[in-house]
Design a protein around this ligand. Structure first.
Ligand code: CP3
Length: 338
């Protein structure tokens, strides 16, 4: 991610840890998702599983975008098959009191988990992450997963000041969460703004981008590469690329060659094999991996990834097959870069 020449694009996968791995299902049995996130030894073990099994080039710390909410005392659970559910959704200015500024020690369990992970990784880089203020706000406001984010969008247009105050609080939390991970040893971070593609550019620029930028700026002094990713947000790509990141993550909807040339020539891209391809078979996976590698050729830099997370029903062997294909067919990259 530092733009140095490499023999082939590095590869890791969003949601590489999780339900696609039988060893994950074993260690998680009977333990609620967020409890697992706050158990340092368990979070480290789950983080390491896909590295051992698939030989990916980076680990991503096992956690969740709502971990900072739980750490701040918000009543949130992750319901299997559903996602994060918030007991009392955010509605009025009075609810801001439920999101106090980050307190010292708030992420000690997370930092401890990162520390254990780093010690066991012996050199393989660890990627830390946080949810972007908008995507985390969408769970708080909707009370749970939602396709169209109606309450969130209504708040932006009816009560922009309240929405801004909420995103301000969430950017403080996201920055503190990322700093804890980096200071404990993470060597890159990714900000997931998974659902921001629901917004038109005008609303993104005015009400969201400043808060995502604030998160990136508040980790800038730590000097690690910062990836920015959203789903279905190609219409926001220039603004996302401008928000203070070093790498832009691209979802599966857009061919890497079709990304805005102004972005392609300026920063490395990450992506973007469709996770559905991993539900097929080895020859199909190989062919599709080669297609994505070809579309990444000539980029300023390419980090091979999926266009969104590994699907829960994926066979672990097919994930390994994709990693092997990247290793076999990836070509040297970055000649002429600093
Ligand atoms: O290996 C990795 O990629 C790291 C793990 C990771 C998790 N959540 C673990 C998890 C990451 C990067 C996240 C981020 C996250 N969480 C996002 C952004 C990424 C994206 O997918 O767009 C979002 C939107 C969430 C919120 C969330 N948490 C959802 C939608 C779900 C799925 C609910 C379900 O059961 O289908 C979760 C739960 C979750 N987070 C699981 C995992 C491994 C599944 C929990 C389980 O095993 O039951």
């Amino acid at each position: 991610m530092q733009g140095r020449p490499v023999d082939r694009p590095p590869v890791w996968f969003m949601r590489q840890a999780g339900r696609s791995l039988p060893e994950y299902r074993d260690v998680r049995a009977g333990i609620p998702m967020l409890d697992a996130c706050f158990d340092p030894a368990l979070a480290a073990e789950i983080t390491l599983q896909p590295v051992r099994r698939h030989g990916v080039d980076a680990a991503i710390f096992f956690s969740d975008i709502v971990v900072p909410l739980r750490a701040a005392g918000v009543d949130v659970v992750i319901t299997p098959g559903v996602g994060p559910v918030v007991a009392e959704p955010f509605e009025t200015a009075a609810d801001l009191d439920r999101l106090p500024p980050p307190a010292p020690g708030m992420f000690d369990a997370i930092a401890a988990g990162v520390g254990i992970t780093i010690a066991e990784l012996t050199g393989t880089p660890l990627i830390g992450f946080a949810g972007a203020p908008f995507t985390v706000a969408s769970y708080l406001i909707e009370g749970g997963p939602s396709r169209d984010l109606p309450k969130t969008k209504a708040m932006i247009v009816r009560e922009p000041e309240l929405f801004g105050q909420l995103l301000g609080r969430l950017s403080d939390l996201a920055a503190a969460f990322l700093r804890a991970q980096i200071l404990a040893g993470a060597s890159a971070v990714q900000l997931f703004d998974s659902w921001v593609g629901a917004l038109p550019r005008r609303l993104y620029e005015e009400h969201v981008a400043p808060h995502s930028r604030a998160v990136f700026e508040r980790v800038a002094d730590l000097g690690v590469p910062r990836v920015h990713f959203a789903v279905g947000a190609n219409h926001l790509a220039p603004q996302m690329a401008d928000a203070g990141c070093d790498v832009l993550g691209i979802d599966f909807r857009v061919d890497l060659q079709d990304v805005d040339p102004a972005i392609r020539s300026r920063m490395p891209l990450q992506g973007n094999l469709d996770p559905a391809v991993l539900l097929t078979d080895q020859p199909t996976i190989e062919r599709e991996v080669r297609r994505v590698l070809a579309s990444g050729r000539g980029l300023r830099g390419h980090i091979f990834n999926l266009g969104h997370g590994v699907l829960a029903t994926t066979q672990a062997e097919m994930v390994t097959a994709a990693v092997d294909a990247v290793k076999r067919f990836g070509e040297p990259m970055g000649e002429g870069l600093r």
